[in-house]
Design a protein around this ligand. Structure first.
Ligand SMILES: C[S@@+](CC[C@H](N)C(=O)[O-])C[C@H]1O[C@@H](n2cnc3c(N)ncnc32)[C@H](O)[C@@H]1O
Length: 195
């Protein structure tokens, strides 16, 4: 299974945002919604072997996590607005431990540290970073978890927390890409290695 953990540094944690203001009042939720599209959508199909974990760091509350599970997902469409509505429905729930909102979409009050702490023993972790080693020379198993950031870099605290899990630090190319494009590149790289 491929897992993508994406940190939304400004993504709102309350359900009071407008669907026509995803890039503004929703704290760049548009970036995270495009990550969902890149992670799951194929032409006329949906990837079942993918999980996406979005860490919304607020305001107003410090962090809430939305987890999307490919093999359970229903009602996911490729337009950002309808996916934004699914995320907004999830945020309406006052869930501390994880609760299912709609099929394949779970919400909790987990933060980045909680999410990393829940990784299964032996999970292969990859930190996507522009200054890392070239992904083309890296060994990548089929079961792998990638961590990336939204429109900002990970903070020093987030990075040092992640490095405690001894991830491979990998770069996808010589320039900085949008987060959703990184996911498309990774999916392509893994499709070639594990067709
Ligand atoms: C839009 S970039 C982050 C912002 C960018 N570093 C800046 O402030 O100019 C989003 C994220 O995608 C990942 N990323 C972007 N380009 C990458 C590359 N060439 N190799 C690996 N990861 C990359 C990193 O995790 C990065 O934090």
């Amino acid at each position: 299974m491929r897992r993508f953990i994406v940190i939304g540094h400004k993504a709102v944690t309350a359900a009071d945002f407008k669907l026509d203001d995803l890039a503004g009042g929703a704290g760049r939720l548009d970036v995270l919604l495009r990550c969902i599209n890149s992670a799951f959508f194929l032409s006329h199909d949906l990837r079942k072997d993918v999980e996406v974990v979005l860490i919304l760091q607020g305001p107003p509350s410090p962090a809430r996590t939305i987890r999307l599970v490919g093999k359970e997902l229903r009602y996911l469409n490729p337009d950002e607005r309808s996916t934004g509505a699914l995320i907004r429905n999830a945020l309406m729930r006052d869930a501390r431990s994880e609760e299912r909102s709609t099929p394949g979409i779970y919400v909790s009050a987990r933060n980045f540290q909680d999410v990393l702490g829940l990784m299964e023993e032996g999970t292969e972790m990859v930190y996507l970073k522009e200054s890392g080693e070239d992904i083309r020379t890296a060994e990548l198993p089929e079961d792998v978890t990638f961590v990336l950031s939204d429109h900002m870099d990970l903070t020093l605290d987030e990075e040092s927390l992640l490095l405690q899990y001894r991830p491979q630090v990998l770069r996808l190319g010589p320039v900085s890409y949008h987060a959703d494009h990184c996911i498309t590149i990774v999916n392509n790289e893994l499709d070639r290695r594990h067709p």
